[in-house]
Design a binder for this molecule. Structure first.
Ligand code: G4P
Length: 522
């Protein structure tokens, strides 16, 4: 295959959802479609008690969860699919956000019985900010859930994105009959645990399956569908690819129902790797010089060796094991010998890779998150990864003051790795650690103890709303515990507001002070 064909075959995406919406179930079903696993239950060890091989760190083993996003790739029809797992809930961290910088599209799973939930909103914001195309799968139609129209309205309102239902469910829960597949113009009948059956509209109308067509719900839904065809927004692939419209699929990951037709449509529509921005303008994936960037560094995978693996997204050209690449940040060259490819249940050595692929490279401690690696004469770098605003904040001190030196060293290194964000309270110089998820604190404590031999004390100052200030000098008398003034590690001022009310009050009182929400500027 030529490089362009390799690029066009790739579909690299992440699945985002709130815990329990069905991400694991869906991932397993997709891996089955790809013939990668024959029985479910191998993606995550949580329920079976077995640990998947992606659970590397000790802390992961203790809790039986996957701390960091893992990567699965498999061929599907003519495509080469890569799924990046985004960890959920307690294992939520900045890595989850960063993973979204390495994908070309996202599948958002929503539980029909619950509607949009908190974590979905957070992850969605990142996709929106980066213009990533989003495909929505509304799951658990086999249970009594919310009305489909209500769910669509909620997506439009809460997430501020236009929806286009690719299919439309007839009933749900016990009365779930199936879906009108609007895109393929067919009816897909739900047969419980049996495989779904497909009918074209005409044969149904001719009375081929009276158990469906004579059902009142079917009749009612047909009217609803006619209304939708008339009054709804039209489907526009161009808008989908710009992240302005999301195609919505209804189904059940568990049954599975509608998963295969969803995935077939998804792989057809989802974008292949596109040009990416660099310091020297756009870099096209079919450019023959290899290049890529590191979006995650997994530390301490092997506690004995303390080695690290950097996750690299290939952006252009062809990667070959053993090739020599340049790291423009340090201007050093590096031979890439130890490389891994990630599959759900094994880590194989990767010999070659193409744009859209994610590979793991051995990191002797030279890489940083956001680093570009490339071959050839160029010296460009991919756009810096955005800084994601933390929501949790804790004041940190060393338990033993005699360990101040190691404490500072550990802090600095972990900040540099992107494991945590560090702030100093102003004007008293105390350290505050910001995180996106609580797990980051656990990893931080664990690593400070094991790698730097320092016990730390973390004192919560609660969830906060951070807003950056666009000024170099500020009147410190305007701030107190409710709206705490801190500096980030670049020396920029920001305010940590105790709640929405404190933020609004401040905005009203000081209309001339500009408060910047990082989600809006990235
Ligand atoms: P997550 O990764 O997003 O956290 O969700 P996961 O797939 O683990 O699914 C959460 C629960 O929802 C699981 O039940 C799973 O079986 C169920 N589920 C997923 N998809 C569907 C669906 O389409 N219909 C229905 N009815 N249930 C679904 P559990 O009781 O927590 O686990 P288990 O005992 O079933 O393994």
């Amino acid at each position: 295959m030529t490089l362009i064909e390799e690029v066009n075959a790739r579909k690299t995406f992440a699945i985002i959802s709130h815990p329990d919406a069905g991400k694991t179930t869906m991932t397993e079903k997709l891996l089955q479609l790809g013939d990668l696993i024959r029985t479910t239950g191998t993606v995550k060890g949580k329920k079976t008690g077995k640990y998947a091989t992606s659970d590397w760190m000790e802390i992961e083993k203790q809790r039986g969860i996957s701390v960091t996003s893992s990567v699965m790739n498999f061929p599907y029809k003519s495509h080469k699919v890569t799924i990046l797992d985004t960890p959920g809930h307690e294992d939520f961290s900045e890595d989850t956000y960063r993973t979204l910088t390495a994908v070309d599209s996202v599948v958002m799973i929503i539980d029909a019985t619950k509607g949009i939930e908190a974590q979905t909103i957070k992850l969605f914001k990142v996709c929106k900010m980066r213009g990533i195309p989003i495909f929505t799968f509304i799951n658990k139609l086999d249970r009594e859930g919310r009305e489909p129209l209500e769910l669509l309205e909620q997506i439009e309102e809460v997430l501020d994105i236009e929806t286009y239902p690719m299919n439309w469910p007839v009933g749900m829960g016990k009365r779930f009959l199936g879906i009108f597949d609007r895109y393929h113009e067919q009816f897909v009948a739900y047969n419980g645990n049996e495989k779904e059956s497909f009918y074209d509209y005409e044969s149904l109308e001719n009375g081929e399956v009276p158990s469906i067509t004579e059902d009142v719900t079917y009749q009612e839904t047909k009217d609803e569908l006619a209304l939708l065809d008339e009054a709804g927004d039209p489907f526009t692939l161009d808008r989908v690819l710009k992240g302005e419209q999301t195609p919505v699929f209804f189904g059940s990951a568990l049954a599975p129902f509608g998963v295969e037709s969803f995935f077939d449509t998804f792989v057809e529509m989802a974008p292949s790797p596109k040009p990416r921005r660099t310091t020297e303008g756009l870099k096209r994936p079919e450019n023959t010089d290899f290049s890529g960037f590191i979006f995650k560094i997994q530390a301490n995978m092997n506690p004995q060796h303390r080695d690290r693996v950097a996750f690299l997204r290939v952006c252009s050209g062809k990667f070959e094991r053993g090739m020599t690449v340049k790291l423009p940040r340090t201007n050093k060259t590096i031979k890439l010998n130890q490389t891994q490819q990630f599959v759900a249940s094994s880590r194989d050595t990767v010999e070659e890779a193409y744009p859209g692929d994610i590979i793991g490279i051995y990191d002797p401690g030279v890489y940083r998150i956001g680093d570009t690696l490339l071959e050839g004469k160029g010296a460009f770098e991919y756009d810096e990864l955005p800084q994601f605003p933390p929501e949790l904040f804790k004041r940190v001190t060393a338990k033993n003051v005699m360990k101040a030196k190691q404490f500072k060293k550990g802090l600095e290194q972990l900040v540099q790795e992107g494991a945590i964000q560090l702030f100093t309270q102003h004007p008293m110089e105390s350290y505050i650690i910001g995180a996106v998820g609580d797990l980051q604190y656990q990893v931080f404590e664990h690593r400070m103890r094991n790698e730097y031999n320092v016990e730390v004390t973390l004192e919560s100052i609660g969830e906060r709303i951070p807003r950056w200030l666009d000024e170099e000098k500020v009147d410190t008398s305007l701030f107190d515990e409710r709206n705490m003034l801190v500096k980030d590690r670049e020396g920029a001022f920001l305010v940590l507001f105790k709640n929405d009310f404190a933020l609004k009050w401040f905005e009203d009182k000081h209309p001339n002070i500009t408060l910047i929400d990082l989600f809006e500027v990235n």
